[in-house]
Design a protein around this ligand. Structure first.
Ligand code: PHE
Length: 370
C-alpha cells in the first residue's frame, strides 16, 4: 500500500469511529438536555467533527480534497441524525406531559361539603338577586351598577324630583356633609339614579336591571335603614305600556313560580314616570297564600320614563321612549318564602341563616325562578 492509501484507510477508520460514537451517544441521550450536550460535543464550536474540519487546513493538498469531501458527508449525516433524535425526544416529552395532565373524568365528585366541614349557603337576598338576574337575563337585560353614595342631582334632580319633595327631607334621607358645590351627597334612596347614570353613558337602545343597596331612615319589622331594590330600564324607539305590562307579568309569574298569578296595574304617581303605575299581585290576606284569594298586595312601582328625564340625560324624547320599574328585594323575598320579619336578614344569626340559606349547588329553572 502506498502512503496515501494507508492514510486514506486511517481516515476512513477515524470517521467510522466518530460515526459509531455519535450514534450511540445520541441513542443514549434520554432527554433534550443530554441531547444538547451530545450535539455540542459533535458539532459545536469545539466539537469533535468541527475540530476535524478545522484540521483540514494542515493536510496535504491531494488528500485534502478526499478528506474534506468525506468529512462534509459525515457532517451532513450527523446533522440529520442529531435532528432526528431531537424530534424523537420532543415527541416523547409531549407524550409524557399529556399522560401527566390527563383528567380522569370517571373520578367521583368531591363530597359537598368536604368531610368535617359545614356547608356554606347562599343568603336569601343574594339568592333572589341571582334568580331575578337569570329571569331578566333571559329577557335580554344586562346588569348595571352605580355608587351607594350619589349626588343629589343623580338621586333627585335629574329624576324630576323637585326641591320641596318630601322624599328629600332630612327625616327620610341620609345626607353626607356638603361638598364644594354646596350640595350634600346622599346615600341613594332608590336604585333610580342608576337610570340616569346608564342613560348618560350608554346609547339607546338600553335594557338593564340594577340590583343594589338603598338607604332610608326607616326601621321596623318590614323596613330597614339599608335595604335592596332592583331597578329596570328599557329605552327603545317604540316601547309602549304593553311592553311594560308583559315584561312585569312574565317576571312576577316566573319569580313566584305561579303560572296564573293575578297581576294588577294601578294608576299612581312618580315624578320620573308618566304615566305611572303601581303593580299588585293577588293573594289571600287570611292564609297568606300568593295567587289565591280576593286580596291584592302591592309589589312594585313602574311607569313610562318621563320625557323630561330622557331630556336631562341628553336623549331626544321625540325619538326614544321607554319604561322603568323599581321593586324591593327584601319584600319579594319575604313573600316568596313566607317570612314576616325583615330584621333577621341582617342579624347574622347562624341558626336563621342555616335554616334559610339556599344551597350554592341548587339549580333553579327560568320557568319557575327557583
Ligand atoms: N324609585 C321608585 C321607588 O323607590 C320605584 C320606581 C322605579 C318607580 C322606577 C317607577 C319607576 O319607590
Amino acid at each position: 500500500m502506498t502512503d496515501l492509501a494507508t492514510r486514506a484507510a486511517a481516515v476512513g477508520e477515524e470517521l467510522d469511529a466518530l460515526r459509531r460514537d455519535a450514534t450511540s451517544e445520541l441513542a443514549a441521550a434520554s432527554d433534550l438536555r443530554a441531547w444538547d450536550a451530545v450535539r455540542v460535543g459533535l458539532l459545536g464550536k469545539s466539537g469533535r467533527l468541527t475540530a476535524l474540519l478545522k484540521g483540514l487546513g494542515a493536510a496535504q493538498s491531494e488528500e485534502r480534497k478526499a478528506r474534506g469531501a468525506a468529512l462534509n458527508r459525515l457532517k451532513v449525516e450527523l446533522e440529520a441524525a442529531v435532528e432526528a433524535r431531537r424530534g424523537e425526544l420532543e415527541a416523547a416529552a409531549l407524550d409524557a406531559r399529556l399522560l401527566a395532565e390527563r383528567l380522569d373524568v370517571t373520578l367521583p365528585p368531591r363530597p359537598h361539603p368536604p368531610a368535617g366541614a359545614e356547608a356554606g349557603g347562599v343568603h336569601p337576598i343574594s339568592r333572589t338577586v341571582e334568580e331575578l338576574t337569570a329571569i331578566f337575563g333571559a329577557m335580554g337585560f344586562a346588569v348595571a351598577e352605580g355608587p351607594d353614595v350619589d349626588s343629589d342631582w343623580h338621586n333627585f334632580g335629574a329624576l324630576n324630583i323637585p326641591e320641596h319633595h318630601p322624599a328629600r327631607q332630612d327625616h327620610d334621607t341620609f345626607y353626607l356633609p356638603a361638598g364644594a358645590d354646596g350640595r350634600r351627597p346622599v346615600l341613594r334612596t332608590h336604585t333610580s339614579p342608576v337610570q340616569i347614570r346608564t342613560m348618560l353613558t350608554q346609547e339607546p337602545p338600553i335594557r338593564v336591571i340594577v340590583p343594589g343597596r338603598t338607604f332610608r331612615a326607616d326601621h321596623d319589622a318590614t323596613h330597614s335603614p339599608m335595604f335592596h331594590q332592583v331597578e329596570g330600564l328599557v329605552i327603545d324607539r317604540a316601547i309602549t305600556l304593553g311592553h311594560l305590562k308583559g315584561c312585569l307579568i312574565d317576571f312576577l309569574r316566573a319569580f313566584f313560580g305561579i303560572a296564573d298569578l293575578p297581576v294588577r296595574f294601578r294608576s299612581s304617581y312618580f315624578p320620573f314616570t308618566e304615566p305611572s303605575m303601581e303593580v299588585d299581585i293577588g293573594w289571600s290576606r287570611k292564609t297568606g297564600e300568593l295567587g289565591k284569594g280576593e286580596d291584592w298586595l302591592e309589589i312594585l312601582g313602574s311607569g313610562m320614563v318621563h320625557p323630561r328625564v330622557l331630556a336631562n340625560c341628553g336623549i331626544d324624547p321625540r325619538e326614544w321612549q321607554g319604561f322603568a320599574f323599581g321593586m324591593g328585594i327584601e319584600r319579594i323575598t319575604m313573600l316568596k318564602h313566607g317570612m314576616n320579619d325583615l330584621r333577621p336578614f341582617y342579624e347574622s344569626d347562624l341558626r336563621w341563616l342555616r335554616h334559610n340559606a339556599a344551597s350554592p349547588l341548587a339549580p333553579f329553572s327560568l320557568a319557575e325562578g327557583a
